[in-house]
Ligand binder design. Structure first.
Ligand SMILES: *[C@@H]1O[C@H](CO)[C@@H](O)[C@H](O)[C@H]1NC(C)=O
Ligand SMILES: *[C@@H]1O[C@H](CO)[C@@H](O)[C@H](O)[C@H]1NC(C)=O
Ligand SMILES: *[C@@H]1O[C@H](CO)[C@@H](O)[C@H](O)[C@H]1NC(C)=O
Ligand SMILES: *[C@@H]1O[C@H](CO)[C@@H](O)[C@H](O)[C@H]1NC(C)=O
Ligand SMILES: *[C@@H]1O[C@H](CO)[C@@H](O)[C@H](O)[C@H]1NC(C)=O
Length: 551
């Protein structure tokens, strides 16, 4: 039964998008095409109508062949050729079940690239601040660039440089197996992100960016990644501010032994002996992805069933990742940098309804709760009893929302605020008026599911042929402006760029107070207008805190 629950679970559901409609036909030899220098040679981008874009610049040499399961390597120069960064790049190999039109069109194991958007006015002297985005997708799916995650609007309106990063996913990114020089040490996806941040430090000035003013951001698995960099001394000098959208802090990073045991199932699926990494290196990437998917549902540790929600993520190796993120924040082992952080108002729903495709009865509700909550089950069932009748998945998502997302986030808010580090929190509480979810995610219609804020942060739905209502346009513009302000000044309320007719945010924004434990104020992103709230799910979080049931 648990296998049924977890078999299909994946964590990051982003909003579906459809066709890109306003891409101008691209004339590659157009004299307007921007050409920029990097340490590795020149790149030719495209001149979109409101920003420059450089699609899929390789930031490392291909992690293929004998370099599979090795840290990213410095890029070989392509000079004197000019690299054409003019097409939607290949994503890392994956089996993708995200909502419509968000899955990559193509994949390749040679996927370590990033995509840069810059204002049309950029020159190497501009020193615009930089917003880096790490995508979600449960460390198994998704890509840096998609129509939904497109930086042209925010670059244009707020004079920022926006960078989307591909990093290795699934078994290719996170396998832990073998001994000696050929061993796979896991956490490669996280190392890739850091390698990309180093590339940004060394090259972004040529695109008009300021390497001394970098904000890292991410959603879901991307937000988990941001938390790892915020708590890792090795990433400290590479960024200055951070944004975390919908971090499922309660999902545990694996232990080394759980990772190695997981890898045994994987090796078996792949037709290799456990620990025989040479054999695994010789298999085509498609077979690796198949075996990764097949072994994702295997229960490695019955006492940590939540691991099944993220079968191929980072693990605590004691080097890159010293401990679970919540613990790192609680123990004051994080960098003191301005933070903007939040959740949607219905985080667990999408994943639970995908995992459990049929309505759930009361008995199943008890079974699932006991299997996951173990010794806490009785208290949890008293606090979150099943409904008298009807589909208990509704109740399960009401439990999962605070437990997996909201309440561990509150622990982090409090830990950061206690150090007098400025932190702003939000709840995105708006259900899409347009059809962003498609036919496989109808249970998210009328709900602010996981991922709902993304098309607003990037003001991107028109690229997908969808349309905001008037109120949604105001909401999107407010978020773009707060994000732009934050990227410029480290404060979402302080305007950081020169405004002109084509290049302006919203002037009269609601003041967004910093978080403090006593008032616990947050921005409620909503239509017809944003509001300031306080103590979001405070009672629920007091309950979950009292259980000590975060990882
Ligand atoms: C992926 O392919 C579809 C169908 O050809 C196309 O409409 C869409 O624009 C492509 N996506 C990206 C991100 O280029
Ligand atoms: C923003 O886009 C408009 C066209 O929509 C363009 O005229 C303007 O130059 C752009 N501004 C920047 C800074 O890219
Ligand atoms: C890049 O595109 C230009 C124009 O289409 C073409 O002439 C050139 O050969 C391409 N460069 C490479 C390295 O493919
Ligand atoms: C819905 O899911 C099915 C089964 O996974 C898939 O074949 C189909 O392409 C999905 N539909 C859309 C619109 O994504
Ligand atoms: C994965 O499972 C599917 C169906 O259960 C099977 O057809 C396929 O051969 C398996 N792949 C591997 C690599 O074990």
């Amino acid at each position: 039964m648990m296998i049924g629950l977890v078999a299909l679970v994946f964590l990051s559901c982003v909003i579906g998008t459809s066709q890109l409609t306003d891409y101008k036909p691209i004339d590659l030899v157009n004299s307007d095409a921007p050409i920029v220098n990097t340490e590795y040679g020149k790149v030719r981008g495209v001149n979109l109508e409101n920003a420059n874009a450089f699609f899929g610049i390789p930031y490392a040499d291909p992690p293929t062949g004998k370099y599979r399961w090795k840290p990213a390597r410095q890029r070989t120069s392509w000079s004197p050729n000019i690299l054409n960064a003019t097409e939607d790049p290949a994503a890392c190999p994956q089996s993708c079940f995200l909502p419509p039109h968000t899955c990559p069109n193509k994949t390749s194991e040679d996927c370590l690239s990033l995509t840069v958007f810059s204002p049309l006015t950029s020159t190497p002297a501009s020193k615009f601040p930089v917003l880096v985005f790490f995508h979600g997708g449960n460390f198994r799916q998704g890509s840096g660039y998609s129509l939904l995650q497109d930086g042209r609007y925010i670059a244009n309106k707020t004079n920022t440089i926006v960078v989307f990063v591909n990093y290795r996913l699934g078994a290719l990114g996170f396998l832990v197996a073998g001994d000696g020089p050929d061993a796979a040490h896991g956490n490669y996806g996280i190392l890739d992100q850091r390698f990309a941040l180093e590339w940004i430090r060394d090259n972004i000035a040529n695109f008009g960016g300021n390497p001394g003013k970098v904000t890292i951001s991410g959603q879901s698995a991307g937000a988990q990644s941001v938390a790892i960099h915020l708590t890792s001394p090795k990433s400290d000098n590479l960024f200055h501010q951070a944004i975390m959208e919908s971090n499922p802090f309660t999902l545990p990073f694996r232990t080394k032994s759980d990772s190695i045991n997981q890898a045994k199932y994987f090796a078996e699926d792949l037709g290799c002996k456990a620990g025989d990494v040479d054999c695994m290196r010789a298999k085509p990437a498609e077979e690796v992805v198949d075996a990764q998917q097949n072994s994702s549902t295997k229960i490695v540790n019955v006492f940590r069933l939540l691991e099944l929600f993220e079968p191929w993520g980072p693990y605590v190796d004691g080097i890159e990742i010293a401990q679970q993120s919540v613990d790192a924040f609680r123990q004051n082992a994080f960098q003191k940098k301005p933070i903007l952080v939040g959740t949607t108002s219905d985080e667990a729903r999408a994943n639970l309804f995908v995992a459990i495709p049929k309505p759930m009865d009361k008995l199943q509700y008890y079974e699932y709760t006991v299997a996951i909550m173990l010794q806490h089950s009785l208290r949890v069932l008293l606090k979150y009893p099943p409904a008298k009748s009807g589909d208990q998945r509704e109740e399960l998502s009401e439990m999962g929302h605070p437990y997996l997302f909201v309440c561990p986030n509150r622990v982090v808010h409090r830990a950061v605020a206690a150090q007098k580090v400025p932190i702003w929190t939000y709840v995105f509480d708006h259900a899409l008026s347009f059809d962003g979810w498609g036919p496989n995610f109808t249970f998210c219609d009328h709900h602010a599911c996981h991922g709902s804020e993304l098309p607003f942060v990037f003001h991107s739905v028109n690229l997908a042929g969808l349309h905001y209502s008037d109120a949604e346009k105001v909401l999107a513009d407010s978020m773009v402006t707060y994000w732009g302000n934050f990227v410029h000044t480290g404060n979402p309320n302080s305007q950081g760029w020169e405004q002109n007719e084509t290049n302006k945010g919203i002037k009269s924004l609601l003041d967004w107070p910093t978080y403090d434990e006593a008032s616990a104020r947050y921005m409620n992103f909503s239509t017809p207008q944003n509001k300031i709230g306080s103590q979001y799910m405070g009672k629920d979080c007091d309950f979950w805190d009292s259980l000590h049931a975060y990882p």
